[in-house]
Design a protein around this ligand. Structure first.
Ligand code: C2E
Ligand code: MG
Ligand code: MG
Ligand code: MG
Length: 255
């Protein structure tokens, strides 16, 4: 077994190498049945330890305070990749709640957009609830600043972790991503199905779109369409893929 410190040292060594890279999972618009965007997900393929899950190494990076610098140094920055996609395809990027409390965040996003040439309206920022939002005043300011730039905001993993209904009142989210734990249980008729239906009605009342994460079967997808869910992601649609496979996926879904 490796301890956290060994892993962090190995991670520092992986910076600026092809060990750390992004893969992209398509987001399907359930109203049009077309791909409307891709979520960038980080991968670390360590020569010593093999593929390490972001759930492990992102948490370590957060704790050590080096998450922002790693995201800047992946070998294929998502901003540069997304600028080559068709205009109507957006890019979703994950930021931890910790990063959201960093006063430098809007400047960092704005610099990445300017350098890559990607327009802010094609960029969605997903706030992941791996930690409670540390400094909610800075977080609020950051969200307002990002919105003012034209960037969209999504609340990730809704229904689990630290995210709660309070967030919908406090922060200007455009999209709510229902955690895969609920999606896994929406077929057949269950309490989870009722919860998801209720969340969709509530979100729509607030003018917020709903995306279902972790869709793994046709039955789940069909039910989500029936209950008015706006978007979906999951292995049933496509696993995350390397950037070079995106044109083929777009040809397949969006012809
Ligand atoms: P997330 O943002 O909620 O991403 C969804 C996770 O579910 C991804 O795991 C994805 O590969 C996985 N997934 C997608 N479809 C399915 C499905 O049908 N079934 C199942 N069981 N899983 C599915 P992944 O890539 O391991 O990422 C885990 C988490 O790590 C992400 O959760 C996100 O919170 C975090 N993460 C990943 N990349 C980054 C990054 O660049 N920066 C930050 N801050 N966090 C990241
Ligand atoms: Mg996400
Ligand atoms: Mg999620
Ligand atoms: Mg997550």
């Amino acid at each position: 077994m490796f301890n956290s410190n060994d892993v962090l040292i190995a991670l520092q060594g992986a910076l600026n190498t092809s060990q750390l890279y992004m893969v992209y999972q398509p987001i399907l618009n359930l109203h049009t049945q077309k791909i409307c965007g891709f979520e960038a997900l980080m991968r670390w393929n360590s020569p010593d330890m093999g593929m390490i899950s972001p759930d492990i190494f992102i948490t370590l990076l957060e704790k050590s305070g080096s998450i922002a610098s790693v995201e800047e140094m992946v070998s294929n920055p998502p901003w540069d990749v997304a600028v080559r996609w068709p205009e109507n395809i957006s890019l979703s990027i994950n930021f931890s709640a910790l990063e959201l409390s960093d006063p430098q965040l809007p400047e960092r996003v704005s610099r990445n957009l300017a350098t890559s040439g990607l327009s802010a309206s094609r960029c969605e920022i997903e706030v992941t609830e791996t930690a409670p939002i540390r400094d909610s005043l800075v977080a609020s300011k950051n969200m307002s600043a990002l919105k003012a730039m034209g960037v969209k905001l999504s609340l990730d993993d809704f229904g689990t972790g630290h995210a709660n209904l309070d967030y919908l009142l406090k922060y200007p989210f455009d999209t709510l991503k229902i955690d895969k734990a609920f999606v896994a249980e929406i077929e057949p008729d269950t309490k989870s199905a009722k919860i998801v239906e209720g969340i969709i009605v509530l979100a729509h009342d607030f003018g917020i779109d709903v995306l279902a994460e972790g869709v793994e079967s046709k039955e789940q997808l069909d039910r989500l369409i029936r209950i008015g869910c706006d978007k979906a992601q999951g292995y049933y649609i496509s696993h995350p893929v390397p950037a070079e496979n995106i044109p083929a996926l777009l040809t397949q879904f969006n012809y």
